[in-house]
Design a protein around this ligand. Structure first.
Ligand code: UDP
Length: 383
């Protein structure tokens, strides 16, 4: 039986759920307290609003789903790290290794160099420092990770969860210089906001912006998909969950370029609080155009809560320390109205890449309505 659904939040998760449900003929109302759709992936013709987002996945289903609404342009993010050795390919590759170790290295020689620099630890997964020291050694850790991570997370490397730095591919013993290892990579050819608009462009989907959620709204719907912060849903009754928070500044440039879409600041300079600098016209294949060109600098302010938001920074990253996980668990275990489903990175307090958010949203709809044979459905011509 077709149902009436409320989706709280018009970010990646909410838009994916809305698109799936409307494909199945359900009636969907998407609300968002913000004045625009797309969550932290939102962009304009000039720039991405909340830091660099690049789509990448090796998941065929996710790629097939997103390709219904856009063309992923195949652009590859090649990040340069500003280090005491100069601008180097990051993640570490054979060229980077040769420069850091001061001699041209073959793959086997590079392995030996890293091995001689590694340190044993009884608890390598305990934190980012122990993970890095045991896997890539002290020199690479201190060159690429310590200053950037401490500037970004505002904690010592040995307090940062190891899961954070495990996102970065391990050193490559070849000259591959892309940031990601995934099969499909790039930007939607007309940007992310255009993609989300297409996902929501269906007569069965109504979108209301500037519309905060209230639990009393549940009464009007059969199912509620809540993709907002889980602590906010429960009125912060156990205390607010912290998010590492960031803000961006613009530096206008005239007839100039930093030469690369993204440059990470790995230098150990306490007076410089920029983590990375982004030149959006160089990000993607011809997606962003600026009349007065500028570089965006990203700065971190460390842990903040949804209830101390002052509009000057963005709550960007859940912080997966044990203490925060325990707090999240209290919210997760709270009894709730059975018609409400909690999906997405804010509702699950998890650091998801975009493709993981989409995959989990597709699976959440499967779990509610039965597995969706999207391949067969999309192959039909008319809807
Ligand atoms: N990181 C680092 N140096 C770099 C890039 C990343 O130390 O040059 C660490 C840092 O702790 C960061 C984490 O690796 O938070 C994950 O990086 P990623 O680029 O995946 O972060 P995101 O793009 O999600 O901000």
């Amino acid at each position: 039986m077709k149902k009436k659904h409320l989706i709280v939040g018009a970010g990646v998760t909410g838009c994916t759920i809305a698109a799936c449900l409307s494909h199945r003929g359900h009636q969907v109302h998407v609300i968002d307290r913000a004045d625009k759709i797309g969550g932290l992936c939102a962009d304009t013709k000039e720039t991405q609003t909340f830091g660099p987002h690049i789509f990448h996945t090796s998941d065929e289903r996710v790629y097939r789903f997103i390709s219904e609404y856009t063309t992923i342009d195949g652009w590859k993010n090649r990040v340069l790290a500003s280090t005491s050795y100069g601008l180097l390919n990051f993640p570490v590759n054979l060229q980077t290794l040769s420069i850091v170790y001061g001699k041209r290295l073959t793959a086997n020689q590079a392995i030996k160099e890293m091995e001689s620099d590694r340190e044993a630890s009884a608890t390598p997964m305990e934190n980012a420092e122990s993970f890095l020291y045991t896997s890539i050694g002290r020199k690479l850790t201190d060159t690429f990770f310590r200053a950037y991570s401490e500037r970004q997370w505002k904690m010592p490397l040995n307090k940062i969860p190891s899961s954070v730095v495990q996102r970065i591919p391990s050193p490559r013993l070849n000259l591959e210089d892309g940031y990601f290892n995934d099969k499909y990579q790039g930007l939607p050819d007309r940007g992310f906001t255009d993609l989300f608009n297409r996902m929501l462009d269906d007569p069965d989907i109504e979108v209301s912006l500037n519309t905060p959620y209230e639990q009393s709204m549940n009464d009007d719907y059969d199912v509620v998909w809540y993709t907002g912060p889980i602590d906010q849903y429960h009125n912060f009754k156990h205390g607010a969950l912290p998010y590492n928070s960031v803000y961006w500044t613009r530096e206008y440039i005239v007839n100039d370029s930093q030469g690369n879409a993204v440059i990470n600041n790995c230098l150990n300079n306490p007076n410089d609080d920029v983590t990375r600098s982004i030149e959006y016209p160089l990000l993607g294949k011809n997606v962003y155009h600026q009349e007065k060109p500028f570089i965006i600098h990203e700065h971190s302010v460390g842990p903040k809560h949804f209830n101390d938001r002052d509009g000057k920074f963005t709550l960007a990253y859940p912080i997966a320390t044990e203490e925060n996980q325990n707090l999240y668990k209290k919210y997760k275990d709270e009894p709730t109205d059975p018609k409400v489903r909690f999906v997405g990175r804010l509702a699950n307090y998890a650091y998801y890449n975009m493709d993981v958010a989409i995959k989990k949203a597709l699976e959440a709809v499967d779990a509610a309505l039965g597995v969706w044979d999207d391949k067969a459905l999309y192959e039909q011509e008319e809807w």
